[in-house]
Design a protein around this ligand. Structure first.
Ligand code: NAI
Ligand code: MG
Length: 482
């Protein structure tokens, strides 16, 4: 069934955003030329058009940023009254809200995600994180009763490209609330909202050096990790790089939190409200093109409702609108990069070759840019690569189960453990499943819900440490006995 009529284009105007031709590095409260002298082009993945020239920071640049952060830590920030620190965080949160449309448009332009998501999810949640941690800044002794929390020092933070501004907020807000200073590196494909954020810091009159933003690829990240002046590393990205970072830091005494990949199980029992569950399945895997570490990429359906679920799912997939990220009606935007598109395509190919049955709804893709049609695989065996490896794209693998025990067994049969979903009418079953699923977050009758007050993080190869909530402060304080 096709939709009865086509939607007229509803593009968000992009002229609210002023992108500079080139950017420097944000160090010590101002933009400076990179000592490396190197720049690279950042693009719009939906149009394959260049947007700006961005600095590729080298070792000397990172050193300069760490020195600025150290100076700010010792000179002012760690000594500031906590209620003063809170004041800056509240300001940042309010400015993000005031400039939300600008941030949403820029996020969609540089990363390819639908404007509906950047406008309704990424930007409001980023502001909410700053509001939330602003509230903790002068109440840290209540967060850690009978202990005396003090800041650690300079935090080196490395973030990915799937939620550029939101991951920046997750990293910077708790670090600053606890009195630390920051050197942050955005992902190479999505630096522009982090660079716009520097303007927010200027507007908020944050003391120079408290937050420093250095752009560049993995080499820049590795320099931050290795720098002896950094006291703590917070990383979100691939399990492969997470492991390499852990090896580098072994024995150095630097603190580390890792938020890595996932292969979450979304489990639907036969008593679940099926239409709601189908919405949850769709949201679980096609939200943000599936570039989501906690994506519900393995669907487990109880056998008695298998046929009905798959029929409803395919019907719903045919109504997904794929295309221009800046169009307000778009559900699925552009794949973030050529490299990621190639990875998705090759894993999908492996699924076909291993014998799974593929379904893709009819879909007209734009000629330029990086796109992938929402895909579902049925007939998937647990050993297939598409059931084991993180695809990080709009690709769902469906498996079945008969009993709750079988569902648990199969769901936990993965090296990852970041998130899971359970769909059932039975409250007791939800609690029983949540107890036994080895996943940091378990959603019940919903999926991909985030709240700054709620901790997020993984087991096993999904990493360690928690972000969000009171738990998220722990990574940024040293605790002395009171
Ligand atoms: P990546 O892990 O290489 O990149 C993430 C961040 O780490 C970027 O800022 C990057 O510049 C930086 N980085 C890369 N190498 C580094 C190093 N040696 N030392 C320090 N920092 C380094 O991820 P990539 O290559 O962009 O994506 C590959 C796969 O990783 C994806 O297909 C996906 O499966 C997974 N991934 C998972 C994410 C998550 O949120 N769990 C986020 C991004 C990627
Ligand atoms: Mg990489």
């Amino acid at each position: 069934m096709a939709t009865a009529w086509d939607y007229a284009p509803a593009p968000e105007a992009r002229d609210i955003v002023r992108i500079q031709e080139r950017y420097g590095l944000f160090i010590g409260g101002k933009f400076v030329e990179p000592l490396s002298g190197e720049r690279y082009t950042t693009i719009d993945p939906a149009r394959e058009e260049p947007l700006s020239e961005v600095a590729q920071a080298n070792k000397a640049d990172v050193n300069r940023a760490v020195k600025a952060a150290r100076g700010a830590f010792e000179g002012s920030w760690s000594k500031l009254r906590p209620s003063e620190r809170a004041k800056y965080l509240f300001r940042i949160a309010r400015i993000l809200q005031e400039r939300s449309r600008e941030f949403a448009v820029l996020e969609s332009l540089n990363g390819g995600k639908p404007i509906r998501e950047s406008r309704d999810v990424d930007v409001p949640l980023a502001a909410a994180h700053f509001f939330y941690y602003a509230g903790w800044a002068d109440k840290l002794e209540y967060a850690f009763p009978n202990r005396r929390p003090r800041p650690i020092g300079v935090a080196g933070q490395i973030i990915p490209w799937n939620f550029p501004l939101l991951m920046l907020a997750w990293k910077i807000a708790p670090a600053l609330a606890a009195g630390n200073t920051v050197v942050l590196k955005p992902a190479e494909t999505t630096p522009l909202t982090a660079l716009l954020f520097c303007d927010v810091l200027r507007q908020a009159e944050l003391p120079p050096g408290v937050v420093n933003i250095v752009t560049g690829d993995g080499r820049t990240g590795a320099e931050i990790v290795a720098h002896p002046g950094v006291d703590k590393i917070a990383f979100t990205g691939s399990t492969e790089v997470g492991k390499a970072i852990q090896r580098t830091l072994a024995g150095t005494g630097k603190r580390l939190t890792l938020e890595l990949g996932g292969k979450a199980a979304n489990i639907v029992f036969d008593d679940a409200p099926l239409d709601q569950a189908v919405e949850g399945i769709i949201n679980g895997i096609y939200f943000n093109q599936g570039h989501v570490c906690c994506a519900g990429s393995r669907l487990f359906v109880q056998e008695s409702i298998y046929e009905a679920t798959i029929a409803k799912l395919k019907r719903r997939m045919r109504t997904l609108r794929v295309g221009d990220p800046l169009d307000k009606n778009t559900d699925v935007g552009a794949i973030n990069s050529k490299q990621q598109l190639e990875k998705i395509a090759s894993l999908v190919q492996s699924g076909v070759e291993e014998g799974a049955e593929i379904y893709q709804p009819p879909c007209k893709l734009p000629e330029r840019g990086y796109w992938f049609v929402p895909t579902v695989f049925t007939n998937v065996a647990q050993s297939y690569r598409i059931a084991q490896e993180e695809i990080f794209g709009p690709v769902l693998s469906v498996l079945t189960f008969r009993t709750p025990d079988e569902a648990i067994e199969k769901a936990n049969n993965t090296p990852y453990g970041l998130s899971a979903g359970v769909w059932t009418e039975k409250g007791s079953r939800i609690l029983a499943m949540a107890q036994r699923l080895r996943a940091g977050v378990v959603w019940a009758n919903t999926y991909n819900r985030f709240d700054p007050a709620s901790p997020f993080g993984g087991y096993k190869e999904s990493g360690f440490g928690r972000e969000g909530g009171r738990h998220g402060l722990e990574a940024y304080v040293a605790l002395d006995d009171a």
